[in-house]
Design a protein around this ligand. Structure first.
Ligand SMILES: Nc1ncnc2c1ncn2[C@@H]1O[C@H](COP(=O)(O)OP(=O)(O)OP(=O)(O)O)[C@@H](O)[C@H]1O
Length: 256
């Protein structure tokens, strides 16, 4: 489903009572609810193991969960799960499990039916055009074009991380990017370049991305990029006005 003009009034993403259970009786979190609107950079914080990555994977329908997720007012099933994942895209911290190299990855993604349906054979969606855009973004972040032809296992953590993010942006199909610690392997200078690019991408009218959920452990980064701040703690989720490093046991606004 392609967004229509009237869709702009409804939240881009609505989560209602999302719960994730690993085994019987053991839940990572329960009843998480919040909405995401165009222009939001929603920073997701919480202690290690609190369930941040799992929540992003639930949103992307990569992990079993209960509750309801609506994208532009319709369920992922209504959009079709592959199409939903091109519009609401999870970007992992590392490309550790991907086969081949970055260029193979771009080729595989651009050959998916959901991608082809979205671009309807428009040249903008071709592997060649997307690779060109990906190389440009990568170069702005210090990635030489020849690295795209390497195997993932022969790239450094920071190189793989930047390439994966550049690819997600170059695809220009996602309205929501779910970023799992996107700069965790980068030095502070490169991290700033990536942050600035992403913040400008949300404001740009020519790029597809309209909102981001961004996991970070850095309060400084949260402050620089975030427009909203949500904390996962004790299986529940709280929205705060500021990106304080340690959520108190009784934060201001429970949103779950
Ligand atoms: N497939 C799985 N099987 C068993 N336990 C899992 C699985 N995936 C996640 N977990 C557990 O769920 C909890 C939440 O993990 P998750 O990776 O979502 O945390 P996180 O907040 O992103 O952590 P970090 O900040 O360290 O990246 C952890 O206790 C983790 O061990």
């Amino acid at each position: 489903m392609t967004p229509r003009p009237g869709d702009m009034q409804i939240p881009i993403l609505e989560l209602s009572r999302i719960s994730c259970y690993l085994e019987k009786g053991s839940n990572i979190f329960s009843d998480i609810s919040f909405t995401l609107n165009e222009g939001d950079i929603l920073v997701l914080q919480g202690r290690s193991g609190s369930g941040k990555s799992t929540l992003l994977k639930c949103i992307a329908h990569l992990v079993m969960h209960s509750g309801e997720i609506l994208y532009r007012g319709s369920s992922p099933q209504m959009h079709g799960i592959p199409m939903f994942r091109t519009r609401v895209m999870y970007v992992p911290q590392r490309p550790s499990l991907l086969p081949g190299g970055p260029y193979d990855f771009l080729e595989a993604i651009t050959n998916l039916n959901a991608h082809k349906t979205l671009f309807q054979d428009n040249i903008e969606g071709s592997t060649k055009e997307i690779s060109k855009r990906a190389f440009e973004i990568g170069e702005a972040w210090g990635i030489e074009p020849d690295l795209w032809a390497r195997n993932w296992i022969n790239l450094s953590g920071g190189e793989g991380q930047r390439i994966l993010l550049a690819a997600a942006l170059a695809l220009n199909s996602a309205e929501v990017l779910l970023l799992d610690e996107p700069t965790s392997a980068l030095d502070s200078e490169t991290s700033r370049l990536v942050e600035e690019f992403l913040v400008n991408a949300i404001r740009s009218s020519t790029l597809s991305v309209k909102a981001v959920v961004w996991i970070t452990h850095s309060p400084e980064q949260s402050r620089r990029v975030g427009t909203r701040f949500i904390f996962l703690s004790g299986g529940a989720c709280y929205e705060r006005e500021d990106p304080s490093p340690s959520p108190s046991p009784h934060p201001a606004t429970p949103v779950g």
